[in-house]
Design a protein around this ligand. Structure first.
Ligand code: ADP
Length: 336
């Protein structure tokens, strides 16, 4: 279902500010009920900073240890909730203490967690991360309960979705569940945003069910099978993805913003200039915020500006979930 781009996209700041100001009016509450259903992963990152990464068989005594909640599904759900969305998460956690903590934290963000299943006898997903002084890292992931997200569980999202709603999903959970979610959303005529990360080959059927695809450049190149080294590469990748049935392609370009392509329109929407500190999770914040703006029926070009602003704020802060900005901060950056 292609999303129309408004030619005059300069009205973004005004329009979003109006949405913000009227959010408490009764009329606005009625029209603001569109929901974002996120189908995806939840992980806990366990991180140790070291001077050099350990080689096989080597022990390196490191600095501090810290944990951070991650997983693309949970990251995007938190980003969308903070950006002002009404968010429900469909995911799997283990029956361990990590699962208890994660569930409580997600609920505290205002995310509806009724559809998060606790899988008996299974551990929650974890990523063991070692980071050296130069920021190089070595990561081992145990997907745990994430690998058990089944199509039957996901199909319950059909009951959660109305035609005004948005399904937001990624590729850290089994592909058949992503496909089941996209089919269910299509059946409910809800829009589907797929953040195709980590990149992998995708069936045409899935791409044909996607309203908006949000790869970064490397992911776009991998999925389209086209090198993306310059603007021509961007156009070629977008054309290939549009030919395979995607409604709109939004390729994120780091500090440069995002390239938006539909069959009728092409536009590079510049990013916001900020002092970047940690770009972890920028793509997740981008997709979460984009889903909020599209659920609010903001046209695609304006929605991408909103997502650029949210992601720009996030790169000025450490981490993924903690860095996701609140709606008022995003509107402030857009208005400034
Ligand atoms: P990913 O994190 O998935 O690799 P990108 O690096 O393309 O994706 O970043 C996603 C979005 O985050 C960009 O489209 C942009 O809006 C924002 N962003 C990333 N890096 C910066 C930066 N240095 N300055 C401003 N915005 C940034």
């Amino acid at each position: 279902m292609p999303v129309r781009i408004l030619a005059d996209s300069d009205v973004l700041s005004r329009r979003l500010l109006v949405l913000h100001e009227t959010v408490t009016s009764p009329a606005r509450q009625v029209t603001r009920s569109a929901r974002i259903v996120v189908v995806g992963s939840s992980n806990t990152d366990m991180v140790v900073r070291v001077s050099t990464l350990p080689r096989p068989g080597e022990t390196v005594i490191g600095g501090d240890f810290f944990t951070a909640r991650g997983g693309k599904g949970a990251n995007q759900a938190v980003a969308a909730a903070r950006a002002g969305g009404s968010v429900a998460l469909i995911a799997c956690l283990g029956t361990d203490a990590i699962g208890d903590e994660t569930l409580a934290a997600l609920a505290a963000e205002g995310i509806a967690v009724d559809a998060v299943r606790r899988m008996a006898g299974t551990r929650s997903g974890v990523a063991l991360i070692v980071v050296d002084e130069r920021g190089e890292n070595s990561i081992a992931v145990a997907p745990g309960a994430n690998a058990l997200l089944a199509p039957e569980q996901v199909v319950s999202c059909a009951e959660l979705l109305s035609p005004r709603d948005v399904l937001l999903t990624q590729l850290e959970t089994p592909l058949e569940s992503v496909l089941a979610a996209a089919r269910a959303a299509n059946g409910a005529t809800a829009r589907v945003i797929l953040n195709p990360a980590p990149a992998r080959d995708l069936p045409d059927e899935l791409l044909s069910l996607v309203s908006v695809l949000t790869p970064n450049e490397a992911e776009a190149a991998r999925i389209a099978g086209v090198p993306v080294d310059d603007h021509h590469g961007l156009e070629d990748a977008a054309n290939a993805l549009l030919r395979r049935g995607v409604g709109a392609v939004v390729i994120t370009l780091g500090a440069a913003g995002a390239y938006v392509a539909t069959t009728e329109h092409r536009e590079t929407i510049p990013g916001y200039r900020v002092e970047a500190r940690d770009t972890t999770g920028a793509g997740d914040v981008f997709s979460g915020a984009l889903a909020v703006a599209l659920a609010d029926r903001v046209p695609l070009g304006e929605a991408v500006r909103f997502a650029n602003a949210a992601a720009a704020i996030s790169v000025t802060r450490d981490g993924a979930q903690p860095a996701a900005p609140r709606r008022a901060e995003i509107l402030q950056l857009i208005g400034s």
